[in-house]
Design a protein around this ligand. Structure first.
Ligand code: T1G
Ligand code: NAD
Length: 699
């Protein structure tokens, strides 16, 4: 055994007289292609050949094969080392068979390395993908030219623009791998060495993927194929640059010789790598992983073992929350106040399962069998965690928590799904506030990835750690926040709403505001969102006196999408939204009644007045320590409120504009418009003065 670099070693073994060299990568946590890995691979393959090995196996220690280039090295100053193309040439042009032995995830540059082996062997649990598009990139080490040569063009297009990790069965079927092994790393090693021996004894060809053109030839000049594919992903990839660049590379693979295709790939890769979108998406990659980390909480913090969960309230949120636990095999008891409400709630859950794309009758029954309905809270007695999702009313929630305090077993976690109420006040009515925490899911709770965990003043480390761990287990992106009205997400949303409601009184139209935010990258603007949620949430006809625009909208019979009339009118067939001149008149009259002058409002002003108060509020949230770090605010808004990930999030975006510019504008609007939301955050001013950043600020 010879150590080549700090993370790669060379071992040799003999299999029935055939000398096989193993180049072994060991670079935890995910064997990323850091400089010393690339150098080690290069040295390893060359030395193995020089030492007379009859075959070479490239394999990794730890939990996975190479999961890609080392993203943390991008834009950094890693020491000089062999480049990936050199490593790949050493493998591809080796005079002996090179076998890639894959377990865990072969992703990005890792799969591109494997594609330069002559053969690929994998364990049955392995996954394969080129997810660079999720980083605003494309496979920059030949993957765009080699993958379609193995899988064919349609498969490569789908994999590269979705970033999907495909399982072994699919990989074998599409020709990506040559052999599957059941078992662990040791079984993989043995199988790869046996395959290498066979490759030698049976004189198997040194098949270079780059030379296999038959599958790409099928798509040569087929402009319709690419046009149809572009159409099929247009909606999902709106605003992103990388998906189109990936398609252009596959087009080059179909229409150009390998080397020319490689040149197209290189050019487009560098364009993306040096652009703002990939910088934002790479920032976001690490931001999402950082959000998992709560200071003072680590692997030694005791967790409550959630074997059974309870949900109180089977309404809009309760039902979705229950599905999350059932989906990961945790039995759920869901309790409603009466049988009718329970039956209605369970019926909605079943319908949601039935209409999901991946559902089968067996799966629906299996999931429903994990959910037990009841109208008796005493059935929460054996639950390890109970999540309350009843009406947003403090007195009701306090009554509920007093009852849960009596019912729940010692050590059980009692969580509230409140969207804005004071978790400390709710906890204060129990004898065990240390076991109380906010777990704020987003609607629809079985779909939205974000989970805002709200730490009360008395929530214990164990309660906090358990909420983060169980959140990850049910597939959520968790952010830990402190107690304040609206927590992080809604509190920032409120600021945008204030200005959106104000600017339409000054002459901007709801459609203009929505278009500006839609073009910015949000799935929809605030007024279309109101129409979707319903204009009458919390509105009481008997109390309505036409004092607010919302009163006037509701008094005019508008309820939003649900009755086809809101800020827009909705086509009953297509649901298409059309701006409603009557609404614009209602707004104008209301504004004039308030003595507010109408004027031309520019799109830039709309953008600044909707987004800058959000940034200012984010800084205030950091000042108050409600968020642990600036990037958590970005994770909240990207996952919970549709902030376009290719802009990183409100904090990253503010940094990209420059905080001095933001402060100057905030002060300007504070002078001209006023309102607490325009009072500049001292932290924002300080960071602007010091050249600091919001996204990397930690409270
Ligand atoms: N580079 C650097 N660090 C990485 C990394 C990478 N590629 N992948 C993961 N990490 C770190 C991560 O930050 C975390 O650190 C720890 O590893 C565990 O990750 C030329 C240009 C492999 C499926 O996009 O999808 O190749 O927080 O918490 O949930 O064409 O990580 O513990 O300090 O996510 O088990 C393409 C990215 C790169 C794959 C494991 N590859 N990684 O998931 O663990 S671009 C990717 C993942 C490229 C070439 C191009 C996932 C995972 P820390 P984790 P996990
Ligand atoms: P909902 O009105 O759809 O459902 C509430 C359910 O609670 C109803 O089915 C009701 O019968 C039940 N309920 C009321 N009192 C009860 C009691 N004493 N015992 C048992 N069940 C009882 O409301 P929702 O939208 O699901 O909201 C629930 C909670 O989640 C609220 O605190 C809300 O603020 C929060 N929330 C809502 C959303 C959203 O978008 N709807 C998002 C995040 C958080």
């Amino acid at each position: 055994m010879a150590a080549l670099t700090e993370s790669v070693r060379l071992e040799t073994t003999t299999s029935n007289g055939v000398d096989v060299a193993l180049v072994i990568v060991d670079n935890p946590p995910v064997n990323a292609l850091s400089w010393h890995v690339r150098q080690g691979l290069f040295d390893g393959v060359n030395q193995a050949v020089a030492d007379g090995a009859r075959a070479v196996v490239v394999i990794c220690d730890g939990r996975t094969f190479i999961a890609g280039a080392d993203i943390s090295e991008f834009g950094g100053s890693a020491p000089e080392a062999a480049g990936l193309p050199e490593v790949q040439a050493a493998m591809e042009d080796a005079p002996v068979p090179v076998i890639a032995a894959i377990h865990g995830t072969a992703l990005g540059g890792g799969l591109e390395v494997a594609l330069c082996a002559h053969y690929r062997v994998a364990v049955s649990s392995a996954k394969f993908g080129l997810p660079e598009v999720n980083l605003g990139l494309l496979p920059g080490a030949g993957g765009t030219q080699r993958l379609p040569r193995l899988t064919g063009v349609p498969k490569a297009l789908e994999m590269m623009t979705s970033g999907r990790h495909i399982p072994t069965g699919e990989a074998l079927e599409c020709g990506l791998i040559d052999e599957v092994v059941d078992g662990d790393l040791a079984a993989l090693r043995a199988a790869a060495v046996a395959f290498a021996e066979r490759a030698v004894t049976e004189n198997m060809p040194l098949a270079r993927v780059r030379d296999r053109n038959e599958k790409v030839a099928e798509a040569k000049g087929n402009t319709e194929l690419f046009a149809n594919f572009r159409k099929s992903i247009a909606r999902r990839t709106r605003g992103f640059l990388a998906p189109e660049y990936n398609v252009q590379c596959v087009e080059a693979a179909a229409n150009l010789p390998f080397e020319e295709g490689l040149a197209v790939e290189r050019k487009l890769f560098v364009e993306l790598l040096t652009g703002t979108q990939s910088a934002a998406q790479r920032y976001y990659f690490f931001a999402e992983r950082a959000a998992n980390k709560v200071p003072g909480i680590d692997k030694t913090t005791p967790l409550v073992d959630i074997q059974k969960c309870g949900v109180l309230g089977a309404g809009t949120m309760g039902g979705g929350i229950a599905m999350n636990f059932a989906n990961v095999g945790i039995p759920v008891t869901i309790v409603e106040r009466d049988q009718a409400a329970l039956d209605k709630g369970l019926a909605v859950i079943r319908k949601n399962y039935e209409r999901s794309r991946t559902s089968t009758p067996e799966l629906v029954d299996q999931r429903m069998s994990m959910i037990t309905g009841s109208t008796d809270k005493a059935d929460f007695g054996d639950c390890d965690m109970v999540i309350e999702a009843v009406f947003e009313d403090m007195e009701l929630k306090k009554t509920i928590f007093r009852e849960l305090d009596q019912i729940c077993k010692p050590g059980a976690i009692m969580a509230s799904n409140t969207s804005a109420l004071d978790v400390n006040e709710i906890a204060s009515v129990t004898t065990r506030p240390e076991s109380v925490i906010g777990m704020h899911f987003f609607s629809p709770a079985n779909v939205m990835k974000l989970l805002e965990n709200v730490r009360g003043d008395k929530s214990s480390d164990s309660t906090v750690a358990t909420a983060m761990a169980i959140g990850k287990k049910i597939g959520k992106v968790c952010v830990m926040v402190g107690v304040c009205p609206g927590f992080v997400g809604n509190r920032i949303l409120f600021q945008r709403r204030i200005e959106a409601d104000r600017i339409i009184l000054e002459g901007a139209t709801p459609a203009q505001v929505d278009r500006v935010l839609y073009d910015f990258g949000f799935p929809m603007g605030p007024f279309a969102m109101s129409d979707l949620a319903g204009l009458d949430i919390g509105w009481k006809q008997e109390l309505s006196k036409g004092e607010t625009l919302r009163d006037l909208m509701c008094e005019s019979g508008r309820r939003g999408q649900k009755n086809g009339r809101g800020y827009y009118t909705y086509d009953p067939e297509t649901r298409a939204a059309t701006p409603d001149p009557e609404v614009e008149q209602i707004i104008k009259d209301f504004a004039i009644g308030k003595g507010i002058e109408q004027r031309e409002v520019s799109d830039q002003e709309v953008l600044e007045r909707c987004l800058y108060p959000m940034i200012n509020e984010g800084a205030k949230i950091l000042e108050e320590g409600i968020a642990i770090r600036g990037s958590d605010i970005d994770v909240t808004w990207v996952n919970g409120y549709g902030w376009p990930v290719y802009r990183g999030g409100p904090m990253h975006w503010a940094d990209s504009i420059g905080l001095a510019e933001i402060v100057e504008k905030v002060k300007g609007y504070n002078d001209s418009l006023g309102g607490r939301h325009w009072e500049p955050s001292p932290l924002l001013e300080r960071l602007a003065a010091e050249g600091g950043k919001l996204s990397t600020h930690a409270s």
